[in-house]
Structures are given as structure tokens and as C-alpha cells.
Ligand binder design. Structure first.
Ligand code: ATP
Length: 290
């Protein structure tokens, strides 16, 4: 494989289902292992709060990659957002649980909080992914699901080259960003030369609509182009802070009700904080990256 390739391929599972595709003979045990294998995705984020953009990304990825499970993993201490103040982990986890109700393959996971409790340190995605892979069957396939805005920062993450080679990435489109910028955002070691980069920018922006896969020296990145939800947690926190704004339609009814009942994002003073939720906001000071 050359340094950089754009492959017009669809996920293997779909290909294998094609009636014209001849499946090679394999032993019974290999066949059984393949049959019980699962495609699954790790979907990490602050989820402060989880909103319909997150759900749209998960739904689109499920369809395209035939995912049997998506783990929604709220970060306990998102290292890249440590200068911000955000709702405590229990609130964010509760909202993820409410938002994923009714989606049998969307699974809320507190694995980052558990890792944090074990180590007392913020988790890097690389460690989380390696831990997760250690719990999977060999035949299972793990994807890293991420929006393009977050992916554009990947070279600032902890050991990004190793992370990119650890599992395949699915990068979802987000209004205001271009999937054509993916190659340029790669860490230097994986980034193609300037002339290739230019071609990649034009080609990938164009090819995104064909479900292209890009391969860069051991890193494989799938483009998920059909997501166009113009919503962010930042907007929703601002909307929730100003009284009377309805969040239904952006976060789902159960999450909207939860935010209203707990007055999450509205507390301005100590006396305003909900009695049942002492971890309302966690000021985070430590410095590090994901
Ligand atoms: P904030 O506004 O607080 O930065 P956010 O809306 O970006 O939050 P996060 O929880 O930080 O939400 O995002 C988790 C993951 O979901 C990231 O990979 C992000 O790129 C992706 N994501 C969030 N919203 C969208 C959206 N509307 N479309 C596509 N991807 C999204």
C-alpha cells in the first residue's frame, strides 16, 4: 500500500452479503467465530448534554457499518476541555442513559469513569481503546466514531499515530466543517506530502458522498457524510441558561425534562443549585490532552 490511498470500498460486511460475492471456504470454527463477531464503535465525548447531533451520527454509522453496538462513553475528565466547567459526570451519564433508551444497540458506558477511579488520572483515548480491545473477541471489529470538528484536533492528542493505527476511524460530517480537511489534520508522521494533500482535499470532499475510505500508512479513516445536524452542546447550554427556552427537538423529551427538573445549566449561585445533585458542575484544572 502506498503512503496514501483513497479506496472506494464499502464495509466488508455489506460486501459479503452481496449475492454475487463468492465467499471463500473456511473451517466450521472460523465460520462460527465470524458469525458471532460484532462490529462495534466507541463514541466518546463530553455529552454536556447529549443531543440529536450525537444520535444522528450514531444512527448513520450503525446503518453504514452494520454496527451491533455503539458505546456512548462520557469522559470523566475530558483532558482537552480541562479549562472549562461542565456538568458533573453523573448528570452527563444520566442524560446519555435517557437519550439512548429505546435504541437497543446504543449502550451508555461509564468505562472512562471506572478507569479514572482506578488510576486517579485523566484517561487518554489510546488507553481506553486498548482496554476496550482487551475485552473484545478477536473477531470483533472496533471503530472509533468521531465528528470532523473533534478529528481536526487529533494531532494534539496523546500519541495520535498509535491511536489511529489501533482501530479504524469513522469521521462524521458536521455543518460548518469539511471532510476534505481530514488528511491535513493528520499527525505529521501520517500526513501526505503537500501535492498529495491538495489532491486528497479535493478528492475526499468529492468522494465523501460515495462512502470513501482513506488509508494513510496504517491508519484507515471512513467518511460518514450524511450527517447534517446543526446543533451543539454549547448552544443548548446557552439555551437552557436563558429561561423559557424549550430544548425538546434538540435533545429528546426525556433529556429536556431532566435538564428542566434539575435546573442543570441554570444555577448561578450556590442557593440555586439542585439539592439532589451536589456534583452539578465540576471545575477542572489539570492540564493534559486526550
Ligand atoms: P460542545 O459544544 O460542548 O463542544 P459538542 O456538541 O461538540 O459539544 P461533544 O460531546 O463534545 O458535543 O461531541 C462528542 C462527539 O460528537 C465529537 O466527536 C463531536 O465531533 C461529535 N458531534 C457533536 N455534535 C455533532 C454534530 N452536530 N454533528 C456531527 N458530530 C457531532
Amino acid at each position: 500500500m502506498s503512503d496514501f490511498e483513497i479506496l472506494l470500498t464499502r464495509p466488508l460486511a455489506r460486501f459479503a452479503q452481496s449475492p454475487n460475492h463468492k465467499i471463500a471456504k473456511f473451517s466450521k470454527s472460523a465460520k462460527d467465530a465470524t458469525l458471532s463477531a460484532v462490529n462495534l464503535a466507541f463514541f466518546g465525548g463530553t455529552f454536556d448534554p447529549i443531543h440529536r447531533g450525537h444520535i444522528a451520527v450514531a444512527e448513520s454509522a450503525t446503518k453504514r457499518f452494520e454496527l451491533g453496538k455503539i458505546l456512548f462513553v462520557p469522559a470523566e475528565l475530558p483532558p482537552h476541555k480541562q479549562k472549562q466547567t461542565f456538568a458533573g459526570f453523573p448528570h452527563r451519564m444520566a442524560m446519555v442513559a435517557l437519550a439512548t433508551e429505546g435504541h437497543s444497540t446504543f449502550v451508555p458506558s461509564d468505562m472512562e469513569a471506572l478507569l479514572y477511579a482506578q488510576t486517579g488520572k485523566p484517561n487518554y483515548s489510546l488507553e481506553t481503546i486498548r482496554t476496550l480491545k482487551g475485552e473484545l473477541k478477536k473477531a470483533d471489529k472496533l471503530y472509533f466514531l468521531i465528528g470532523i470538528d473533534a478529528f481536526l484536533d487529533i494531532s494534539k492528542w496523546h500519541r495520535p499515530v498509535e491511536l489511529l493505527r489501533e482501530c479504524e476511524f469513522i469521521v462524521a460530517n458536521r455543518p460548518g466543517y469539511s471532510l476534505g480537511d481530514i488528511a491535513g489534520a493528520l499527525p505529521e508522521e501520517l500526513r501526505p506530502k503537500d501535492e498529495v494533500l491538495k489532491a486528497a482535499r479535493n478528492t475526499s470532499a468529492g468522494l465523501a458522498s460515495s462512502g470513501a475510505v482513506m488509508a494513510f500508512s496504517g491508519a484507515v479513516i471512513h467518511l460518514l457524510e450524511d450527517v447534517s445536524e446543526r446543533v451543539s452542546s454549547t448552544q443548548l447550554r446557552a439555551a437552557a441558561a436563558s429561561s423559557g427556552r424549550r430544548l425538546e427537538g434538540y435533545v429528546g423529551d426525556a433529556v429536556a425534562e431532566y435538564i428542566r427538573k434539575t435546573r442543570l445549566y441554570r444555577a448561578k449561585s450556590k442557593s440555586d443549585q439542585p439539592a439532589a445533585a451536589p456534583t452539578h458542575a465540576t471545575p477542572v484544572k489539570k492540564k493534559s490532552r486526550r
